[in-house]
Design a protein around this ligand. Structure first.
Ligand code: ADP
Ligand code: MG
Length: 378
């Protein structure tokens, strides 16, 4: 999924107003009826329909015809737009550069603030690889009443940001957290190579113990990374590691904590054996080394990502993980699949999609807005 940068520059005030109305309507409609959109946007329905057509043409919203009525839903493209606009208004992003990563469930871009400082924008894209088994997940979502993939991507971004913040504040080697909105986070650029791209290190034993120490240090603070592998560890020129990618972090009090802990340890052992032919009899054990000294997860909850949200996301991640075992990764999804998804998710109650005050965004703010992302690329 590409960021549609051109679209960001040329959106009119009315288009933005309508897009915001679709987002607001999504709070309690999986498919937002056109009439409701017109009502929220306070525009004549003829005009709104024309604008909706335009927004659909550029894939910011998708037209959905379900059994009962026709309506629209926000797409990742529309959600990207809204997030980028907010981040740009706050001064966190001024321009968007190259895409540097396509993860299974994220897109990563280099961005810059208005002083030219390079940063990294991560857009969470939950559900992207999960369409093969979408039926089960839809049922799951419906049961949980957890809402759309956009909402879950937002939860995932909130979680990642909360953990990054707390880890950073407590002196762990992680990127600097800069900002978070909707399904996105902005963080400092780590000018380093991921471990997976490093073919040789001077002292593998030294790096090995630094990494194992990091796993233990996290566990002593009550945390397990959960995906501690060569793709999520960047290595600085001086050989020190920087840890990235936190949506799957779990507490050491999680019922499967030992399994997650051992899996992180085993990942490093296996990688060092394969890549550097380095093996050591010494490695951390959960029962012996994960002695909890203090609880960073309490700080995480205090930072705005609640225990309830954590639980909700964990449940989904477990479901997705289980369903995806043995299936190959798929990039993107066809419109047909997305349409089908909406039909089946019709009328589902969705939780809030944004924590900003809706009325403000929909009225006063909009009039003066002519897609203010005025930058080289945006
Ligand atoms: P995913 O959840 O999709 O695995 P990651 O957060 O691991 O996403 O990021 C994917 C890739 O993007 C990483 O392997 C790394 O190469 C790059 N990346 C992510 N964050 C940064 C950053 N702050 N600085 C530099 N590169 C980054
Ligand atoms: Mg990763």
């Amino acid at each position: 999924m590409k960021l549609n940068i051109t679209q960001l520059r040329y959106m009119s005030a009315d288009e933005f107003r309508v897009l915001t109305a679709v987002e607001m309507g999504s709070r309690n409609h999986e498919v937002v009826p056109s009439q409701l959109i017109a009502h929220i946007a306070k525009l004549k329905s003829g005009g709104v329909n024309k604008i909706l057509g335009e927004l659909a043409r550029t894939n910011l919203v998708a037209r959905v015809q379900n059994a009962k009525y026709e309506g629209y839903r926000l797409t990742y493209g529309g959600y990207d737009y809204l997030a980028l606009r907010t981040l740009s208004k706050r001064g966190s992003i001024y321009s968007v550069g190259n895409q540097i990563g396509v993860g299974k469930e994220s897109d990563i871009y280099i961005v810059a603030d208005d002083e030219g400082n390079q940063r990294v924008l991560k857009l969470h894209r939950l559900g992207r690889t999960s369409f093969r088994n979408i039926k089960e997940k839809r049922d799951y979502l419906r049961n949980r009443n957890a809402g759309s993939w956009l909402y879950l991507s937002r939860l995932s971004a909130m979680k990642e940001y909360a953990f990054m913040k707390v880890l950073h504040e407590n002196g762990y080697p992680v990127p600097e957290p800069v900002d978070q909105n909707r399904h996105t986070i902005v963080m400092g650029l780590v000018d380093a190579f991921p471990l997976c791209q490093i073919s040789d290190v001077a002292q593998p034993g030294k790096l090995y113990s630094v990494l194992m120490d990091l796993i233990v240090r996290l566990a002593c603070a009550g945390l397990i990374h959960g995906d501690f592998n060569e793709f999520n560890i960047m290595i600085n020129d001086d050989g020190s590691p920087v840890l990235i990618d936190f949506p799957q972090m779990v507490s050491t009090s999680h019922r499967n904590a030992e399994m997650y802990f051992n899996r992180d340890v085993d990942c490093i052992r296996a990688f060092f054996k394969k890549r550097f032919h380095y093996e050591s009899k010494v490695y951390p054990k959960f029962s012996r080394d994960a002695e909890r000294e203090f609880s960073l997860d309490v700080q995480v909850a205090a930072s705005g990502f609640t225990k309830a949200q954590q639980k909700e996301l964990e449940k989904l991640q477990e479901e997705v993980g289980r369903d995806e075992e043995g299936t190959s990764e798929e990039e993107g999804t066809s419109d047909e699949e997305e349409e089908e998804e909406d039909e089946e998710m019709e009328d589902q109650e969705v939780p809030e999609v944004d924590n900003q005050t809706p009325t403000e965004t929909a009225s006063s703010d909009v009039a003066s807005d002519k897609a203010t992302l005025a930058t080289e690329q945006l």
